[in-house]
Design a protein around this ligand. Structure first.
Ligand code: NAP
Length: 292
């Protein structure tokens, strides 16, 4: 087994972003700004948002954090999003998900200015991704794409894993991970199979794939029977178990296989946060018409 070092891939990219931010500041006097919103006090969400704020500050991106009470009304949350959308100093807006009390996230995401939608979840940006014909087009047009899928493609490319012509199975069809990732892999010329809870013969389908991405949220879900020798396995799952944090892959069961795999923690997670910084720079560039 070869471990794919998400932390190293992430720190290399963060160093690059930090340099770009410093250059922007030196040449234009402007600083990219990211606003984060946390509704309620869910401890895991608070940890995630703090990591994002810290990463921003480390890169030289200005962060503007807003804590909202768990019982905030829909009007109050949307009013804040609208205010931030109109604030010129702010280039990106991140609404931490999931929202409490079964609030439908999409209603709130739709209120974010598409130009500041650094999570790439506004219908406008989802549409741009789906209409794009190639990876080059996505990059050249600075399209804002959901951070985790963007991070996964970054990991594959940086690890020298060929995507073009390969068969990729994505397990999970969420708007956050599975769907945008499938579009990105397609744009990279993979043959993509999207699997979900109603998929028949999942093991056999995965076993035939060169790339398996699992975004299910169930520990030890993927075992040896799902993976072909030589495959690349990207484990997106984050599961809290009595033994600690783990992904969807039964790591012990596959550790003797000749495969490449992202660990949990230390795989997709750090790169996801890095892509938030990258998207903030893209939003800065698109909105302020400054090439970065
Ligand atoms: P989600 O919205 O709950 O989606 C889970 C997907 O898994 C659904 O499409 C579901 O299928 C599918 N699924 C459930 N049981 C299945 C089964 N037995 N066989 C095949 N597919 C099955 O979750 P998400 O937001 O995409 O997140 C997935 C996981 O990734 C979670 O553990 C989450 O914490 C993690 N995550 C990690 C990062 C990171 O940065 N590392 C970022 C985002 C998410 P149906 O659609 O048919 O129900």
């Amino acid at each position: 087994m070869k471990l794919i070092d998400g932390k190293k891939i992430s720190s290399d990219k963060r160093a690059e972003i930090k340099e770009k931010v410093a250059k922007i500041k030196q040449q234009t006097g402007k600083i990219p700004g990211l606003a984060t919103i946390l509704v309620g006090g869910d401890p895991a969400s608070r940890v995630y948002i703090q990591s994002k704020i810290k990463a921003c500050e480390h890169a030289g991106i200005k962060s503007f954090h807003h804590d909202l009470d768990e019982n905030s009304s829909q009007e109050a949350i949307i009013a804040l999003i609208k205010k931030l959308s109109e604030n010129f100093e702010i280039d990106g807006i991140l609404l931490q998900l999931p929202l409490p009390q079964n609030k439908d996230a999409q209603e709130y995401l739709n209120a974010i200015s598409p130009l500041k939608d650094v999570d790439g979840l506004h219908p406008f940006n989802v549409g741009l991704l789906n209409l794009s014909k190639s990876w080059n087009e996505i990059i050249e047009k600075n399209i804002l794409v959901s951070c985790t899928p963007l991070g996964i493609v970054h990991i594959l490319r940086k690890s020298g894993i060929t995507i073009e012509g390969k068969t990729a199975v994505v397990i999970g069809r969420s708007n956050l991970v599975g769907k945008p990732l499938s579009m990105l892999l397609l744009a990279n010329n993979a043959t993509v199979i999207m699997a979900h809870s109603r998929t028949n013969n999942l093991k056999e389908i995965c076993k035939s794939a060169d790339i398996v991405v699992t975004a299910v949220g169930k520990s030890r879900f993927v075992n040896k029977d799902f993976i072909k020798i030589g495959a690349a396995v990207i484990d997106v799952g984050i599961n809290r178990t009595p033994e600690g944090l783990c992904g969807d892959v039964d790591f012990d069961a596959v550790k003797d296989m000749d495969i490449e795999i992202t660990p949990v923690p230390g795989g997709v997670g750090p790169v996801t946060i890095t892509m938030l910084l990258e998207n903030t720079l893209k939003a800065f560039s698109n909105r302020r018409k400054i090439v970065v």
